[in-house]
Design a binder for this molecule. Sequence first.
Ligand code: HEM
Length: 213
Amino acid sequence: MEQVLKLTGRIAFWASVISSVLVALVSYRFVPLGVEIAMDFVSHNLAGNSLALFAHIAVAPVALFLMPFQFMSGLRRKHPSLHRWVGRIYVAAVVISGVAGFQLAFHSTAGVFASAGFASLAVVWLWTTLGALYFALTRQFARHRDWMLRSAALTFAAVTLRVYLGSSMALGAEFQVAYPIISWACWMPNAILVETYLLMRGRRSYLLANQTR
Ligand code: HEM
């Protein structure tokens, strides 16, 4: 059973590495194509809100691209200073693109429910990432790891959003109906999954500690 769980974990990890890197790279399609062609439904931000738009679409993919490498324990052990530098860039990217994402949320054409979903995501993304930074700076590394896991689950919303949006469009759902739901569904289950994992892990180590007494 332990082996099956380990293998499932590895497959899930590598699937998330590949999908994060791919979504991050594809996000730069606006460079050769322009925002109007590459991502038409956010192009209304070009008039009067272009700073937030570019701060978000140019910087958020950096966070998504870097995030999985921070969880590679071999890399972290071999190159601790690289881990710290990549961590600083990740936090800076989250702060810039999170604040910009919060601003963009209120310009979404999909309505108040979608705005609330994205704005809440931006707030919890900034909170968990700055929390993780605080625990690293105060050398509470176990808590730093847990809070970075929370932050990463929210960064991964960029991937889950595109999976849900693509699937709902393929199933013939209407954009104006699907998108507001997805603005919440792209991150809530990710956050719940991480909290469940952290709770189960805490319970398991408590049981193990009491067994060996
Ligand atoms: C986790 C916090 C995030 C929040 C709160 C957020 C928020 C938003 C908002 C509000 C929009 C505009 C949607 C609309 O007008 O309806 C948007 C678009 C976009 N976001 Fe994010 N975002 C987040 C994370 C990311 C990440 C990690 C990436 C990395 C790839 C990303 C890349 C993009 C891109 C490329 C667009 C343009 C439209 C598209 O291609 O889908 N975002 N985001």
